[in-house]
Design a protein around this ligand. Structure first.
Ligand code: UDX
Length: 449
């Protein structure tokens, strides 16, 4: 099939590359000429495992092309995906100007049938606006070409996006015509494993499905984070609780890891956007608002634990392991590391940071400053530090030599923001250990943990 993708951001690029990999001819279009030039030369702007190879192979085979020429891009694909950004406005609603601009562009240039598919996460009702904007642009130039609109939300996890695209749990397709449904069924048929993974529904339900999925997941995390706060206060160990409740299939083990708050480009933004959508329609969401409030509070937990231990943090040096909002990405959007570092700086502390992929991004966000030292590895970050905080559970941080770390540090204090270490083991190396929901006084630090 001939496919066009508008937007070479995270979603557009992964979608374009993976669709080319399954044999389609894909043109990716973006207004950023510099980005297009670099992509054409095989330079990938984001860190995403497996993506560089697929882009490289498909550019080489001629199935994947990059362009800034919108007219050429509209002429190319029968299927036109809109995967441009929907940044939040001041009130948290998704800003649709870029999505609607693409719809207009398609209307201005299309010469025969086009199926226009929104891939970006967009509020319910956006497909109607896309239809309207495209129809108007088409009518303005006196055109009368047939077209369909559809919604096909993505469920890609950063760091596993290629894998998620190639082996989806499900493909959600929102349509209002058989013709559109058939095109999308055919497009995704190569990604079916064992059984048909495509779930066809009406457009509005598809649009809501994306938000619903993220909000259920974000709610699980905030609920566990809240329980971890209770565990801290009643001297229980949330990790033992987690293992026991996860065994109940109705709860399950996924997304019940307590931590230092969720970040990234999706959960925080989607939680706010759906609350806004409902609010504008006269429904005050209570659980969804609480999910956000609990998360904001949880992002402070690492700082609060340091503050409780040291009292005054002025002049202290804190080693921070992990800056990305989660492992296997260089993305720092809404990362708990930002909340921690900013609070530490306000309190007069210095940060010694290491992250395997996100240090360039941290430099871009914070620039050069005296109270932020970028280190060459985890051990280097720990040198002379008063405390070490594990913020992102990168694999490389899993089994450090705690005895060596204790000798490097000024004080052997560890705050484990993801509960990846065994408290008793760390204590043996001489560390004072603080986890999430496993207070120092709780059973977690006893010989049985
Ligand atoms: C998420 C959704 O998983 C994906 O389907 C959607 O398309 C986009 O949003 P992503 O933001 O890439 O993907 O990350 P994900 O792996 O889901 O993690 C989100 C956040 O939750 C991270 O900050 C992570 O650290 C946190 N998290 C996750 C927890 O704190 N506990 C958990 O148990 C799981």
């Amino acid at each position: 099939m001939r496919i066009t993708i508008f937007g070479t951001g995270y979603v557009g690029l992964v979608t374009g590359a993976c669709l080319a990999q399954s044999g389609n001819h894909v043109v990716c279009v973006d207004i950023d000429a510099d980005k297009i030039a670099r992509l054409t030369q095989g330079e990938i702007p984001i860190f995403e495992p497996g993506l560089e190879q697929i882009v490289h192979d498909n550019v080489a085979s001629g199935r994947l092309r990059f362009t800034t020429d919108a007219a050429e891009a509209v002429a190319h694909g029968t299927l036109q995906f809109i995967a441009v950004g929907t940044p939040p406005d001041e009130d948290g609603s998704a800003d649709l100007q870029y999505v609607l601009k693409v719809a207009e562009t398609i209307g201005e240039h299309m010469a025969d049938y086009r199926l226009v598919i929104t891939k970006s996460t967009v509020p319910v009702g956006t497909a109607d606006k896309v239809r309207e904007a495209l129809g108007k642009a088409l009518a303005d130039r006196g055109g009368s070409v047939e077209f369909d609109v559809a919604s096909n939300p993505e469920f890609l996890k950063e760091g596993a996006a290629v894998e998620d695209f190639m082996k989806p749990d499900r493909v959600v397709v929102g349509v209002d015509s058989d013709r559109a449904a058939e095109h999308l069924r055919a497009l995704y048929a190569p990604f079916n494993r064992q059984h048909d993974r495509t779930i066809v529904m009406d457009i509005r339900s598809a649009e809501l499905t994306k938000y619903a999925a993220n909000i259920v997941l974000a709610t699980k995390i905030s609920l566990m984070n809240e329980l971890s706060q209770v565990a801290d206060r009643v001297d229980a160990d949330i990790e033992q609780v987690r293992r026991a409740i996860g065994a109940d299939h109705r709860i399950g083990y996924h997304f019940i890891y307590p931590g230092c708050g969720f970040g990234g480009s999706c959960f925080p933004k989607d939680v706010r956007a759906l609350a806004q959508t409902a609010g504008k329609l006269g429904y005050d969401t209570e659980i969804i608002n609480a999910v956000e409030r609990v998360n904001d509070r949880q992002k402070r937990v690492l700082f609060d634990k340091l503050k409780a231990h040291f009292g005054d943090l002025a002049g202290k040096t804190i080693a921070v392991w992990g800056l990305a909002f989660k492992p296997n990405t260089d993305d720092m959007r809404e990362a708990p590391s930002c909340t921690l570092m900013e609070a530490l700086w306000d309190a007069g502390a210095t940060v010694r940071a290491f992250d395997p992929e996100a240090m360039k991004e941290a430099r871009r966000i914070y620039g050069e400053r005296d109270d932020l030292v970028f280190c060459k590895n985890g051990e280097d970050a720990a040198d002379g530090a008063d405390a070490l905080v594990l913020v992102t559970e990168w694999h490389i941080f899993r089994t450090p030599d705690f005895v060596d770390l204790a000798t490097r540090m000024k004080q052997a204090v560890l705050v484990d923001g993801r509960n990846i270490y065994k408290p008793s083991y760390v204590a043996q190396a001489g560390f004072t250990y603080y986890g999430i929901g496993r207070s120092a006084a709780s059973g977690a630090t006893s010989a049985f943990a």
